[in-house]
Design a protein around this ligand. Structure first.
Ligand SMILES: [Zn+2]
Length: 236
């Protein structure tokens, strides 16, 4: 057994603290008080929350796992900053793949599946009427889930896997660069798309999907800008 196993702190209060710090940082990132690329120094975060660096490191690891933070060897942790080019490539890939998803989904849309999608739209609308960073996260997730439900309907496991990655990357890009307060996927876009799917109008559904993806991309603000200093962003 190595020393590392003995010194790991399994105290649950440490884990609770780490999760609370993760939540506070995540809200500040999604709410865009912390700009992409901001350095999250372990000692500064530790001092602000009055916790050990071990606790800070655990919080940063959770955020890195979610993709919101990038850990760089010997340089420390930073708020993720996919480049504008990467963001554009994500949407270019979605424009290639999702019309195909829509085509395949039309052929397999049962009344039960259509109802599931309708129910999901109700859920999305609920999040759109809430405010604040956690509501925004829930809304981004619900919007992405609509696209994943279509992918799962398409009945192609490989395609579904591509979509998982594309939606995860899009959600991150939208959280980091989406204009705050503007919905990531217009609710009406999804409803219109579903109407076309139910009408089995493949040409219209494909066109609506492309228009929808253009719309999401146009809502991104990919200009680099200054965020707040760590302590102001967290307002502790
Ligand atoms: Zn959408």
């Amino acid at each position: 057994m190595s020393l590392a196993h003995i010194t790991v702190n399994s105290d649950s209060s440490h884990e609770d603290r780490a999760q609370a710090i993760r939540d506070t940082l995540r809200d500040a990132i999604v709410d865009r008080r912390l700009a992409p690329g901001t350095k999250l120094s372990e000692s500064e975060v530790g001092a602000l929350f009055d916790v050990s660096r071990t606790v800070v490191r655990a919080a940063l690891q959770m955020l890195a796992y979610e993709g919101l933070v990038k850990a760089e060897r010997n340089r420390g942790a930073f708020v993720s900053n996919p480049t504008p080019d990467e963001a554009r490539q994500v949407f270019a890939s979605r424009r290639l793949i999702e019309p195909g998803v829509v085509d395949a989904a039309i052929g397999r849309l049962t009344p039960a599946a259509a109802k599931q999608l309708r129910d999901h739209l109700v859920e999305e609308t609920r999040h759109q009427h809430e405010r604040g960073p956690s509501a925004r996260r829930a809304e981004i997730k619900a919007s992405g889930d609509f696209h994943l439900m279509l992918a799962s309907l398409a009945g192609n496991a490989i395609l579904e896997k591509f979509m998982d990655e594309l939606i995860a990357r899009s959600s991150l890009v939208i959280a980091l660069y989406g204009r705050s307060g503007v919905s990531s996927c217009g609710h009406n876009d999804h409803a219109d798309l579903l109407d076309a799917l139910e009408a089995k109008d493949a040409a219209k559904a494909r066109a609506l999907m492309l228009h929808h993806l253009d719309h999401i991309e146009a809502d991104l603000d990919l200009r680099m800008k200054e965020g707040l200093a760590l302590k102001d962003a967290l307002a502790l």
